[in-house]
Write a protein that binds this ligand. Structure first.
Ligand SMILES: [Zn+2]
Length: 296
């Protein structure tokens, strides 16, 4: 082993919880439904699963959190999580996870499960942008609004623009499904899978009032608490530092939720929040070769 690599390895904590976060997978990229940065090819995804299974004991995130809270974390523990409740979870991911008997945690936005709301600005915009001529025409005028939504720090602007884009959801065909539904969640094998919170709606909580954030989380909980697979864990939508604020943390704590981010990073002690490493379309062995990079 190169000295440099040896030192990097020494810098890593011996006992650690690694949580990977992913979104979509299918056998063919569909620009209307799939995002370049949140998708992986199913064959590729299965290769990553096989690698993980051959190297690690895979556990559900709630088990990892429990171990870390009790200070009983031993060696490298790995959990896999999926955000948003994308329909490809039903079509591709759960069948593969079951085949390899790999546990996973699904973070679900409950507002979209019955299809009344078609989703939020991201999936609505991208579906229409790659749709038929009329749909493209409708949504093209939304591009200047869409373009600022991910990064703006102006709450008023965020809400005005996101509603403009989201209103275009009425142009999406009624039979198109973006997300799983309640009956699918109910059927998930409770011995392998668990369900956590991702907001009733998928919005940047930092752009919302405290009142909105609280009501949104309460609705999310009310819809999911009926499931035996439910765990009181909240993966903040988008999950980067600009997507939540102090209020978000305060509200989640008050509701006794464990808080999960998508900021890159590994967990060694219980540190208020659980860090996750984005892993869509990424070769998992490379993540583990470069863990020192996430250890900061
Ligand atoms: Zn998400």
């Amino acid at each position: 082993m190169l000295v440099k690599n040896y030192i990097k390895k020494l810098l890593l904590p011996r006992n650690k919880l690694i949580v990977l976060t992913m979104h979509q997978s299918s056998d063919q990229f569909d620009p209307q439904r799939n995002g370049k940065w949140i998708w992986s090819d199913t064959g590729f995804f299965e290769e990553q699963l096989k690698f993980l299974k051959s190297k690690f004991k895979l556990i559900r995130l709630s088990e990892g959190i429990e171990q870390i809270k009790k200070g009983k974390l031993k060696g490298t523990q790995v959990s896999i999580s999926f955000d948003d409740g994308d329909i490809s979870i039903e079509d591709f991911l759960v069948p593969l996870l079951k085949k390899h008997k790999i546990p996973a945690t699904f973070f679900i936005n409950t507002a979209y499960l019955n299809g009344d709301l078609r989703g939020y600005w991201y999936n609505i915009y991208n579906y229409l942008l790659h749709g038929n001529e009329k749909q493209q025409q409708v949504v093209q005028s939304m591009t200047p609004f869409y373009d600022v939504l991910r990064n703006t720090s102006n709450m008023e602007q965020y809400n005005e623009y996101r509603l403009k884009v989201e209103q275009c959801g009425e142009w999406i065909e009624k039979n198109v499904r973006f997300y799983v539904d309640f009956s699918f969640l109910k059927k998930l094998d409770p011995n392998l899978f668990e369900i956590g919170l991702h907001g009733h709606e998928h919005q940047r909580f930092s752009m919302m009032s405290g009142e909105w954030q609280k009501n949104n989380l309460l609705q999310n909980i009310n819809h999911l608490k009926q499931f035996e697979q439910f765990r009181p864990i909240f993966a903040i939508p988008f999950g980067k530092p600009m997507d939540w604020n102090e209020e978000t943390i305060k509200i989640a704590r008050k509701l006794k939720l464990d808080i999960v981010l998508s900021n890159g990073g590994i967990n060694r002690n219980f540190d208020q929040v659980i860090k996750r490493i984005p892993a869509d379309g990424i070769e998992v062995p490379r993540i583990f070769d470069n863990l020192y990079y996430y250890a900061k």
